[in-house]
Design a protein around this ligand. Sequence first.
Ligand code: PXL
Length: 277
Amino acid sequence: MKRVLTIQDISCLGKCSITIALPVISALGSETVILPTALLSTHSIFEGFTCKDLSDQIEPITQHWQKEGVKFNAIYTGYLGTAEQIDQVKEIIRIFGGGDTLVFIDPVMADNGRLYPAFDMAYAKKNVQLCEAADIIVPNITEASFMTDMEYREEKDHDEAYIKEMLDRLAQLGAKVNVLTGVSLEPGKTGVMGFDRETGDYYLYQNDKVDATFHGTGDLFASTCVGEIMRGRSWQDAMRIACRYTARTIEVTMKDPKKPWYGVNFEETIPDLISMR
Ligand code: PXL
């Protein structure tokens, strides 16, 4: 069985980060090891969330794993807390990465043109260093605009030249596969475009756009990609399945009159995910 280490926060309530990664990657058949970076009462879009930084636990936990000789098939990072934690994660990648271990980085920090409440521009720039250490990165357009110093454009203003330039600039940071999420190259469509720096290939996949934004969908997409790659799929197939699964989950969530405002009903669609091709 493949073993995935995921490094991100625990938002006790909020359906994001570890509370999505753990069920989704496990459902796709990999053992999921967690390294929580912080403990929050809710995700940071709630007013008044509490946050306990867990940076001081990272070294003792990983030292213990080293003593136990633990190895990972993938290291997947999402929402981290501070610039210092990015340095800690780089060290974890140095220790546990290398060989066939996939380093999958979702530089979670922003969306819709704006940084999340806990972050500043210095943190956004620091994420460049994390992407340098990655095999695959999956920023959204906002995150990529901060890391590449390009202007942020809304979906209605995307065109192929803008997306390809952003992908080329991301590739210069160093990852082999660079994937932009939230790409819209046709009216009424949304999806992802990826670029493989080694082969020079681009890959575009778009779904019909659902006119709503839901929290946690980026984490659902990234966790599905990691789980599918661990199942042996190519990055292109993993992205396509992750897009379809995320879109399906949004559709199902929209139909629920009692849906929570803070996340999607992925619990309802996990059975579909397992058989998706
Ligand atoms: O879904 C990304 C995410 C993860 N963790 C926390 C967040 C967010 C997005 O806002 O606040 C704590």
